[in-house]
Design a protein around this ligand. Sequence first.
Ligand SMILES: [Zn+2]
Length: 440
Amino acid sequence: MEGGVGMKARRGLIGTMVILAGLIGLAALWSGCGGDQPVDPQAQKLLVIGIDSADWRLLDPMIEDGRMPNLAGFLDQAATGRMKTFVPLEKSPLLWASICTGVEPEVHGILQFVKGQEEELVSSSSWRAPALWDILDAAGRTTDVMGMWTTYPARDIAGVMVSDYLPYADKGPLPKLVTPDSLTDAITALRVTPEAVTRQDLARFIPADLLDEAEAAYPRQVQELRDVFASDLTYLAVADYLAHHGAEPDLFFFYLRGPDRISHHFYQYMAVDKDFVHADPAEVAAFKDVVRNYYAWVDEAVGEVLGWFPPDRPTVVLSDHGFYGPRQSGNKGVKEHSEWGIFAVRSPLYRAGVRFGHLELLDICPTMLALLGLPPAKDMPGMILSEPATSDGAKRLSRLDEHRVESYQGLAPASGPAGERNPEIDEQIRKQLRSLGYIN
Ligand SMILES: [Zn+2]
């Protein structure tokens, strides 16, 4: 079989060379004929803020009430829309992998959380398609990505990858939490433990006068809140560190998983007007505002992240699906997801205040590549969103669309060893997935 592997590697190499030639040709196209001004490299940097499960039906009334001033300010400068996610409804790792690769789940291979009878957790070596950071790497560009699903063990990319296992750092040893290795100590030192979440922190989400009672009567829920908030605080601290140390990457990809976990655990307390939702009144009093209060914190985090970059930095804020909340069927997990996520883009290529009409999940990757000044591939089924583009923006976007490369598949990461597993951590993660209804 050695010959086969060699052939595969060779095909990969040729594929990469073809892609590189395409990208170099495109750079020439940009700077050369056509009368267009050369593009400022700063304008081809991109900030992405991923908020798992954010839904306009929750955000719009909060924005109206003045509870999300940072997002509201950003949206004033952005083109926005409802993003149609995959139907039937799916789990977040699969959706984010399609957002990052621009291809369908059967192609990128991130279909499940666990595989086999042993329920072995799916690792970063399962990606069968290149993600944005792999494509940027081939184009000589850099990415900092943190907290994204299915990124343990962290892979060597041009830039920094902080895997989604950082919250488990104390259960170690866990090699490859972070790449490059030189950052591991600095990054793991930023971890916020659930125990470090203070009463003051909790009182942001649960009324202060009910806190003791809630902690005594409903320890599981309060512990969940601690875990989720500690994890999001950790990645916010990581993002802060990366934004202020080292060279600024071309793509800065910040992601918060907390809003989805919070929604799965606390949305029901907000939905007690539905006759099939039953909860103890004291429990409802303690937890009914947790979801909205959490989003008010998310807004602060968004404001903080936006504030680290120039005010005109091209930026995408998005979710992978929306959130509907409890259903009559009583089914948890993906059944609570809604098919409409959020998408908003601030860029000189788009007119502010315009709503997207058509906007589907697979359009996001081609559009983000275009924002980075790179063409999508012909084997990416989505389109570059150009409906709310300015006239100059429309020209640039259609030029990129006309120069799609054949395929980026040659840049797919080699499937390597799954990395060292830690049974205790794996079980903790399985428990979390089970509590979300994502696995049985
Ligand atoms: Zn979910």
